[in-house]
Design a protein around this ligand. Sequence first.
Ligand code: TEU
Length: 543
Amino acid sequence: PHTGAWWRDAVIYQVYPRSFADADGDGVGDIAGIRARLGHIRELGADAVWISPWYVSPMADHGYDVADYRDIDPLFGTRADAEALIAEAREAGLRIVVDLVPNHCSDRHPWFRAAVAAGPGSPERELFHFRPGRGEGGELPPNDWPSNFGGPAWSRITEPDGRPGEWYLRMFAAGQPDWNWDHPAVREEFASVLRFWLDRGVAGFRIDVADYLAKAPGLPDRAEYTGESRDPWSDQDAVHEIYRGWRRVLDSYDGERVFVAELWNDDPVRFARYLRPDELHSAFNFPFLQARWDARAMREVIDATIAEHALVGAPTTWVLSNHDTTRHVTRYGRVETGYGFNRAELHGTPVDLELGTRRARAAALLTMALPGCVYIYQGDELGLWEVEDIPMELRQDPAVVGTGGADPGRDGCRVPIPWDGDRAPYGFSPPDADAGPWLPQPADWKAHTVAAQTGDPDSSLELYRRALAVRRAEPALGDGTLTWLPAPGGVLSFTRGQGLVCTVNLSGEPAELPPHTELLLTSGPLDHGLLPPDTTVWLRGAE
Ligand code: TEU
């Protein structure tokens, strides 16, 4: 069924290694844990696994602060473990996509330490964005850019002679200095890192904050910035030249390797500029992730997505959750607002988990029927929700500290996966583990473990497995186009060719099913032959 390149309609499963499976019993997930649980991903029916950063890191941002791009953090294992995982995955028919963090490194990266040690004006400092501060004693940040984790995007160092010194740019945590991408040594280094992992058999790279690498010349204050992109710290024209260089590196391999960009840009024209035959293959669809549970809103974003990707020939992608966003069971179950993407604003407001779960199941079947790639974040398949009651003092996301707790952070979607058993750690760690899971798991997860859901036809896990099996077997699903069918208000109905119909009821009323010869799959029970609210059905249409 799936013609063309594998990455045009792959099902890609995201592993957040810290929270997936802990084989050595230290309460933190590791590569040995992933290897032991690879069968779960294969049985689910994924084509590839994207692994969040596993590199050497002081873990200021749980691995998105990289101290050595070519080696594995001891917390997760060794390079030999990574190589073994890549080989085992290949045998199981799974490709491995690794996470590349090119915008910033760790303040423990040897090049950053050398830059600090070498002092102001040194060539070593040119690799980063070091500047003197403003104000009398240089006590103010060099410009007014904000960090994504709250406060200014700058940190001040102590010079080797002990005096308070220059500031360095860091768009995220203090431990994540931004690289200066104007410097040829930075470009050469990353081309070499790409080759390093390509040589070890990875199928591609997920590019962290892909739009941040190039900064507006002169690092102007926001008010002084006159460029075309929204912000002086992102989406600069110069970034495209970087990706054209990377694409040449990638294409010198076997033509099967792929880039997927993490790119929060709601301007469809500027977004599409990254997706070109000589730049990046694909990018995450965040407008879809942010769309409300509303037929008109959903249809608008689906149409816009398909149109803009078709123009540049890039495959569409469908993402419901990841390690940065409130899990979609919770987003769709917000009682007061009907939907909630804004974590800081909505955290702790009432959630109807039953409603959220129903919608999450319906949304899963929708994404798997749409043309293009599907991303599944570990735990989506178990119907996990955002764990909102983690006590503040146990939260570990730098966003919590950076915003003084105004942002509850992303820990709630990173709680370790429940595999089996009836109490914590639910098989996440071995029974004789030295430490509990790095974040507390809910007391009521017993029914949500992989073991408890396996074989239960009503479980979220079995729904995912069935749906992905049908998707694999149906020639109409995967890459291609869709045709909308007439449907009542609040209902979305489309055909994927060869008579395969997907109908989603986003209204509050039961809806008639379109004419069909066969019911392939439903996300929930039908009601006297009608499609209940918040339910998706896959049908064989009557031609
Ligand atoms: O995220 C980039 C990003 O801009 C947001 O998703 C960010 O996490 C959010 O605004 C903060 O509340 C990527 C990674 O996915 C994320 O985990 C990293 O923390 C970040 O880059 C820095 O590397």
